[in-house]
Design a protein around this ligand. Structure first.
Ligand code: OXD
Ligand code: MN
Length: 625
């Protein structure tokens, strides 16, 4: 036993012996011309995880059909009624595998201080030993699928390649939607390619003849990242960001480290294209914590005449300084993994039109007519449903029919508001950056940063009330700098320093995007939302982009620049003057308390917070008087 563990540790340090690869029962050959480094890594992983078979995915529709058919047969997927929801499926997860598990997410950088206080750090050697034990034989009785993929438009200078292996067909089908996966990506690997290695196992090996369950997983979960070697090892979960490793694990945690090293940014941001009535086009990137309405904003239908919003991305942006010296961004993903509850015809018609078919739904409720439903899809719930756990449900049941973190997985190209430049390999030019959180108090509807440094401070101090996208107590206030707290693969204070250095570079080229803070969620003393949100947020976009366009002056406040009362377009909006005043109210006492909490937060970074960010806190206190 001891010997086996030592051997496994060597395997995971890359010093393994090829002889054990003979233990894989059947190994489908790698596609002709596949990159040798990829092939040998796949062999290496198969030698550790010991699957019954290894299948290289080509990303074709035929392959997806076969997987879907297999999963319907095995009970992982239920096919929805094609009359209502063509070629769509429902998955019900294990009830203990329903969200990202942040306390089981680890950054294994060589030095603890490089992970910083917002991450769980583990010493890499120790973690490799643990993983060696867990992954050894973890795919027995299953197929290991090999998924080569591109994050970003194929061949874009801003895109990156990766390979995920997984023993979950649900993950394969989802990654096929969320990334550009298969032969097209594999063909881009050269000997010079630096690619990300991602190993995923549900951690449920099958003995000979053992009956599988619909959603295999393991109560022991590890979502681990080795930033220096650009590796991800994920064990025990098949849900969302825990398992679709291209998304949070690669495109944010590992990519943020690559970005730091290479001089660009990997951020938890939506990207939209906005056109004003004068025909001027802007691109806006926005960072919001999980489940704060990024998908809704990305697909917003403006209520003000003459404005249009088109979608480039709803969750992740990779931003770099282009050859023209301007900040350019791509959406590295190819699909949406959106939160279903709260998405409805009145709140996000575009999302509803996107998921008309060809969609995987996970943990939503099933209607008796074979379609799906969730809280917020329509005002009135159907009289009877099958809930996300498979139990009979009526409105009197007193529990949600869909899990609060239930999801839809759908290709971005199916979105009616997808922008014509969403796959521009050069990226789109970013004119404005917005930071938002879900704050019932204190934070005004909109504030413009005085300059990039102040904007970095606004990003560094984002906080939000906790939602269902990750496990934890709902409603609790959580610091979520740049909306990256669960996603930054390195020390968050260094992330702020990195943002400052990008600003300094942009300033040399003279094209520094404006930065804003927004809060759609401020409440009145009686608990009512003060602002209607959704399409009405276009009024705030109008003010911000008129500022970018030099059309309106702004007023100084202790928090930054705010609209003059006449400049926020409220035409046709039934909102009381007192509510508008409340939306912008700055309560000195509460803000001084917030400044104190910020000081305590900064102190957790052991002196690593950049002086410029500390200075902004001092300026805030001074302005509050
Ligand atoms: C997501 C998240 O799934 O942020 O996008 O949790
Ligand atoms: Mn997200």
């Amino acid at each position: 036993m001891r010997r086996a563990i030592v051997e496994e540790h060597h395997i995971l340090s890359g010093r393994y012996s090829m002889s054990i690869s003979t233990m894989v029962r059947k190994q489908s050959p790698a596609p002709e011309g596949a990159n040798a480094a990829v092939v040998s890594w796949v062999d290496e992983i198969a030698a550790i995880t010991l699957p019954d078979d290894v299948v290289w995915c080509d990303g074709s529709a035929a392959e997806w059909d076969d997987l879907a058919r297999g999963m319907v047969a095995s009970g992982t997927l239920t096919r929805l009624n094609p009359e209502h929801r063509p070629y769509s499926f429902l998955a019900r997860s294990d009830p203990h595998d329903v969200a990202r598990v942040e306390d089981r997410t680890f950054i294994c950088s060589a030095k603890e201080e490089d992970a910083g206080p917002t991450n769980n750090w583990r010493e890499p050697g120790e973690m490799r030993t643990t993983l060696g034990r867990l992954f050894y034989g973890s795919m027995r009785g299953r197929t290991m699928y090999v998924l080569p993929f591109s994050m970003g438009p194929l061949g874009s200078p801003l895109a990156k390649l990766g390979v995920q292996v997984t023993d979950s067909p649900y993950v394969v089908a989802s990654m096929g939607i969320m990334t550009r996966m298969g032969t097209v990506a594999l063909g881009l690997f050269t000997d010079a390619t630096e690619w990300v290695r991602a190993v995923h196992s549900v951690g449920a090996p099958l003995e000979d003849g053992q009956q599988d369950v619909a959603w295999p997983c393991n109560d022991t979960k590890y979502i681990t990242h080795f930033p220096e070697s650009r590796e991800i090892w994920s064990f025990g979960s098949a849900y969302g960001g825990n398992a679709l490793l291209a998304k949070k694990a690669f495109a944010l945690r590992i990519a943020s480290v690559i970005a730091r090293d290479e001089g660009w940014l990997a951020e938890h941001m939506l990207i939209i294209k906005v056109t004003n009535p004068r025909g001027r086009v802007f691109h806006v990137a926005g960072a919001f914590p999980s489940a704060c309405g990024k998908t809704n904003l990305a697909m917003m239908v403006p209520t003000i005449p003459g404005w249009t919003v088109e979608t480039v991305g709803d969750d992740i942006a990779w931003l770099g300084i282009g050859a023209d010296g301007r900040l350019r961004a791509i959406n590295p993903e190819a699909g949406f993994f959106g939160v279903a509850p709260g998405t409805g015809f009145s709140t996000n018609r575009t999302a509803m039109d996107t998921i008309w078919g060809n969609t995987i739904f996970t943990n939503v409720a099933l209607r008796d007519d074979g379609d799906v439903w969730w809280e917020g899809m329509s005002d009135k719930a159907p009289d009877h449903l099958t809930d996300w756990r498979g139990y009979s449900w009526t409105p009197a049941s007193g529990r949600p029919a869909a899990h609060p973190n239930s999801r839809f997985t759908v290709a971005a190209r199916q979105c009616p508001s997808i922008s014509d430049d969403w796959e521009d390999p050069r990226g789109v030019v970013i004119d404005a950056i917005i930071f938002g959180g879900r704050r019932a108090t204190n934070v005004p509807l909109v504030v413009e940063a005085r300059d990039w440094e102040h904007g970095v401070y606004l990003g560094a101090t984002i906080s939000s009330e906790r939602t269902a996208a990750a496990e934890g107590t709902l409603g609790e206030l959580r610091r979520d700098p740049f909306a990256m707290a669960p996603f930054c693969g390195y020390n968050m204070a260094d992330h702020w320093a990195h943002w400052l250095s990008i600003g300094a570079k942009l300033r040399k080229t003279g094209a520094v995007p404006r930065m804003f803070q927004v809060n759609w969620f401020r409440k009145a003393a009686d608990g009512r939302f003060l602002w209607p949100g959704f399409g009405e947020n276009s009024r705030v976009l109008e003010w911000m982009l008129d500022r970018v366009d030099g059309q309106v002056p702004a007023e100084e406040s202790a928090l930054g620049l705010v609209p003059r009362s006449s400049d926020l377009n409220l035409d046709g909006l039934d909102i009381a003057d007192e509510d508008i005043a409340e939306l912008f109210a700055i309560d000195k006492k509460s803000w001084l308390a917030e400044a104190e909490s910020t000081e305590r937060f900064f102190a957790t970074f052991d002196g690593r917070v950049p002086a410029s960010v500390q200075r902004q806190l001092a300026v805030l206190r001074q302005k509050l008087g």
